[in-house]
Design a protein around this ligand. Structure first.
Ligand code: UD1
Length: 422
């Protein structure tokens, strides 16, 4: 529940990256021993992944922001309800196939933002010698004589497929080359972790990744990199509310495209080490952007940018090229008074408009974040249902926002009425 409008001011400390933490946890399945991860975000997707690891035979202890994962003997059948609730669980496929010679996973779920097929993952694993069949709603992958290295060109630089194939290749026989690989910084984080486990892998962060398979992998320690999407969300929070503030413990070089757009909007942006200061101008300017794989503008900040565009002078144009159905939240944004026109994968936002509080529903993680930002700028009370989507990827969003001046609280609904959780 958000009371607006408010002007955010202050500092927000950024948590560890969801999209790195989940993959580091999965990478541990390739090794043996006790792994230790620091700076792990306290979000529900991490809890779900911990349950996935436990269901496969690993031991997980998660305290504060430190996680210990004990890996010994494993088996390869993932529980359907966990995979369905989180698409990232499909990442266990490559590591388990490489390690055990077989794996069975349900077809995954996750945010409802498009078709999100698995063909690129499966084509790569098949090229490495896996036979993959669909048994009802479960994928069964087998490589009884082990995976072998291959020269694989991805038809699209899928983040998940790059990571799945890269992890599988660490225990395959011979060399694997992944071409047209995704270059997201989270993949570089996974590579460093695999190297610390003893894997021979290089090239993450470039379009060509090379992996030489080894016989076995040990254990490792790592600190999860800062979450660039969380950092971007709070920077846009300062901007959309006409405020100013700092995000700290961030890696600004990971979100340069966002900083460029914010500057083009007229914001003051200063980078100092792991901190970014942003101040909204008196008059926000409209902008244009196209989402692309890294190092392009991230699709995971597209909904938050549309929220910001409602307060910019003129017509902003955004084109989504990564996911085919990532504008479902526009209906909700319009309830606040946003003037938005969608044509296929393009959206035009006319601003600035005086948003007015409304009852809204978050349909997915980043849409939920965008609705919160817009509600902070809106006059009056907004209720955002579906906050569990936000909890999947944002640690303590309401506390972080309250600390910089937002009037936001979590309420539990009981039989139609709301009850405060404060
Ligand atoms: C990851 C991120 C997600 C981010 C996305 C794109 C995690 C847990 N999630 O998701 O937050 O939005 O990268 O930066 O890291 N595709 C196919 N076939 C495939 C695989 C993907 O067609 O086999 C398509 C998808 O439908 C989508 C596009 O490729 O349209 C990008 O998907 P991908 O890069 O794989 O995203 P994820 O790894 O699922």
């Amino acid at each position: 529940m958000v009371e607006g409008p408010c002007r955010l001011q202050g500092a927000v400390q950024i948590s560890g990256a969801k999209n790195s933490a989940l993959k580091l946890m999965v990478a541990a399945l390739l090794g043996q021993g006790t792994f230790s991860l620091e700076n792990v975000p306290r979000i529900t997707d991490v809890q779900t992944m911990a349950e996935v690891l436990e269901s496969l035979g690993a031991g997980v202890v998660f305290q504060d922001h430190r996680m210990e994962i004990r890996v010994g003997a494993l088996h390869g059948r993932t529980p359907e309800h966990l995979v369905r609730s989180m698409r990232a669980s499909v990442q266990v496929m490559g590591p388990l196939l490489a390690r055990l010679g077989w794996v069975e996973v349900a077809l995954p779920g996750g945010c409802a933002i498009g078709s999100r097929p698995l063909d690129i993952h499966l084509a790569g694993l098949r090229q490495m010698g896996a036979s993959i069949t669909l048994n009802g709603s479960r994928l069964v992958a087998e490589a009884p004589r082990g995976l072998r290295g291959a020269d694989i060109t991805l038809r699209y630089p899928s983040v998940g497929a790059t990571e799945n194939i890269m992890m599988a290749a660490t225990l395959a026989k011979g060399e694997t080359v992944i071409r047209n690989a995704a270059q997201e910084p989270e993949i570089t984080d996974v590579q460093a972790f695999l190297q610390a486990m003893g894997a021979q892998v290089e090239g993450a962060g470039t379009p060509v990744i090379k992996v030489k398979g080894v016989g076995e992998l040990g254990c490792a320690q790592a600190a999860v990199m800062p979450d660039r999407i969380e950092a971007g969300t709070y920077l846009l929070g300062f901007l959309v509310t006409g405020g100013e503030g700092i995000v700290s413990k961030a890696r600004p070089e990971h979100f340069a495209p966002l900083l460029n757009v914010m500057r083009a909007m007229g914001a003051t942006v200063d980078v100092d080490g792991d901190q970014v200061y942003v101040a909204a101008p008196r008059r926000l300017r409209s902008f244009g952007l196209v989402t692309k794989p890294y190092p392009g503008f991230p699709t995971d900040l597209q909904p938050q940018m549309v929220a910001a565009a409602t307060q910019a002078h003129g017509a902003s144009e955004l084109k989504e090229t990564v996911f085919d159905q990532r504008f479902g939240y526009l209906t909700e944004l319009k309830k606040l008074g946003a003037v938005v026109r969608q044509k296929g994968q393009k959206v035009t936002v006319h601003g600035p408009v005086r948003l007015k509080g409304a009852e809204l529903k978050a349909g997915d993680l980043r849409a939920g974040a965008a609705l919160v930002l817009a509600a902070l700028a809106a006059q009056g009370t907004s209720v955002i249902r579906g906050a569990q989507h936000i909890d999947r990827g944002y640690e303590a969003m309401e506390s972080k926002l309250s600390a910089v001046g937002a009037c936001i609280r979590r309420v539990e609904e009981m039989g139609g009425s709301t009850c405060s959780m404060n």
